[in-house]
Ligand binder design. Structure first.
Ligand SMILES: Cc1cc2nc3c(=O)[nH]c(=O)nc-3n(C[C@H](O)[C@H](O)[C@H](O)COP(=O)(O)OP(=O)(O)OC[C@H]3O[C@@H](n4cnc5c(N)ncnc54)[C@H](O)[C@@H]3O)c2cc1C
Length: 497
């Protein structure tokens, strides 16, 4: 993985820049000491690391504006960061760029219960929004598994999804307004607390949501609040084969049920999890689906019957339906512990996320098995089956030379397989640096050019989070992944290696 060459000129100005930034945010909120910068050198992808030039923690929108203006005037790059849980390297620092961390922008500014809107700062952890309004019987629906720690600003930048997004929609469906600071320090207000993007206005909020910190720094968000469903029950359904479980996913949606969540775990995940939950899964089980149904009590009872009948017809071996909240939580604990459980099976793992049409699940899962043989690396599967959002967990040992490269190539081949069956490179983790060089597999040159033009409209000097999302011509040439259409070589004047 390559990043733009750091500017030695900027690096040599570290202390002068630190002094200027301390004037803006206060001396203790600019971290220049090498040891203290270390915790920030990667995000959720620990395979990629870089030491940030400086870490800066502003406490208000005005401070964010002043920091960005200061950097803009001096040509200093800026990487925004929430909690650093990105799984695509979106918050990977730059050696010649400051890391602008939103941890101090962490207030729920206003809760407007009658209108079911909350205004929050970007550093508020996702779960804290629901906690702040739970006494009103309300919640914030999008629930990434990282919700205890990931911030709402990071969720907006990645358009995060989660277990309940199958029924309720992803982050973009729950954002009504955004306040954004451009790289110049100018302030932009998009949408509104009540209307979202208004009629006749370009949907810039849609553009911003999922823009991975490339267009501006989000400093305030108006989120939609929803009533907490009256009842939620989960059905655990075990199947004798991966194929049967996958077919059941399509069959459930096919009868017109949209579960609140529909998750898949394979045998390897179940074996790993059973150690942590001290419960064995039936030996005949090769795959397990967890299907959550919510709504009124009458509605949920009826849906439980429908889904149970479908699962039996699709060859489910065993069904367990939660009857109490405690049981529901216990059944879900297997899914919630899945990633930590797999972490105990191998020194390192690499998790990527492509999304495919549901009816292609068996085909792509078979391809994964073949790729595992090809690369000689083990893998496990635990993913949001209802919306076809795959999360293959590829196991490797970073201490073994060449293993990381093999894991990366395995992950890339899975993503290409997703695109080849009509899917997309990312369901919720974003492109970042991880999938950057695969963009040419999904998008044409025209698509990419238009996306780059949009980036230029917001940040013509490319100071905000550069090196992410867009493949560079240099990199494509070096890695042989360049996509040439109709023999027309782009950037023909750039030397190729
Ligand atoms: C265990 C685990 C489970 C996860 N489960 C899920 C899941 O179920 N669903 C899902 O979607 N993701 C999941 N993720 C990925 C990750 O949590 C999400 O992408 C999350 O939205 C990132 O939030 P963050 O605060 O950590 O952002 P960061 O990682 O700090 O940053 C992510 C991106 O957002 C940008 N950014 C951050 N704040 C701002 C801001 N204020 N303005 C502009 N840009 C900003 C950064 O530059 C970067 O590009 C998981 C991660 C982990 C580690």
């Amino acid at each position: 993985m390559q990043m733009p060459h750091p500017s030695q000129d900027i690096i040599s100005q570290r202390e002068t820049l630190a002094a200027g930034l301390r004037q803006i945010v206060g001396s203790e909120w600019v971290i220049s000491d090498e040891v203290e910068r270390k915790p920030y050198q990667c995000d959720g992808i620990t395979a990629y690391m870089a030491m940030p030039l400086l870490v800066v923690l502003p406490a208000s929108t005005e401070e964010v504006r002043a920091v960005l203006r200061f950097c803009h005037e001096r040509g200093v790059k800026v990487v925004p960061r929430g909690s650093g849980t990105s799984l695509s390297g979106g918050a990977l620092p730059l050696e010649d760029g400051i890391l602008l961390v939103t941890s101090r922008l962490c207030s729920v500014v206003e809760v407007d219960a009658p209108n079911r809107v909350a205004r929050v700062q970007p550093g508020v952890p996702n779960i804290a929004i629901s906690e702040a309004v739970s006494h009103l019987g309300l919640c914030y629906m999008p629930d990434p598994s990282s919700q205890l720690i990931s911030t709402i600003g990071g969720n907006v930048a990645e358009n995060a999804g989660g277990v309940h997004c199958l029924k309720y929609g992803v982050t973009a469906d729950h954002i009504l307004g955004l306040q954004l600071v451009l790289m110049t320090g100018e302030l932009l207000q998009l949408g509104g607390a009540f209307l979202g993007a208004s009629e006749g206005e370009l949907d810039l909020m849609g553009v911003l949501t999922g823009s991975e910190g490339l267009l501006g720094v989000v400093t305030e968000i108006a989120v939609r609040l929803e009533p907490v469903p009256e009842v939620a029950r989960v059905i655990s359904m075990s199947f004798p084969s991966v194929e049967k479980a996958c077919e059941c996913v399509g069959a459930i949606i096919g009868v017109g049920v949209i579960p609140a969540g529909l998750e898949f775990m394979d045998r390897k995940v179940l074996d790993a999890v059973s150690v942590l939950i001290r419960e064995r899964f039936d030996d005949r089980t090769e795959a397990l689906l967890l299907c959550e149904l919510d709504g009124t009590a009458v509605e949920v009872d009826a849906l439980v019957h429908v889904v149970s009948d479908v699962a039996r017809a699709q060859g489910a071996i065993e069904l367990k339906v939660s009857t109490t909240e405690e049981e529901r939580q216990r059944i879900w604990s297997s899914r919630k512990l899945a990633f930590s459980a797999i972490g105990k099976l191998c020194p390192d793992y690499y998790c990527t996320d492509g999304t495919i049409p549901r009816n292609k699940l068996p085909e792509v899962l078979n391809t994964m098995a073949e790729l595992s043989e090809k690369y000689g690396l083990d893998y496990a599967n635990c993913f949001h089956a209802g919306d076809g959002n795959l999360h293959p967990i590829i196991m490797y040992d970073a201490a073994k030379p060449g293993d990381l490269e093999k894991a990366e190539a395995f992950g890339a081949d899975v993503l290409i397989a997703c695109v080849n069956v009509g899917g997309v490179l990312s369901g919720e983790h974003g492109i970042g640096v991880e999938k950057r060089d695969l963009m040419t597999h999904q998008f044409t040159d025209v698509d990419l050019h238009q996306q780059q033009m949009l980036k230029c409209a917001f940040d013509p000097q490319e100071l905000l989070n550069p090196g992410k999302v867009f493949p560079t011509a240099c990199r494509c040439a070096e890695f042989g992944r360049m996509h040439v259409r109709g023999g027309a070589l782009r950037f023909a004047d750039i030397p190729r290696f």
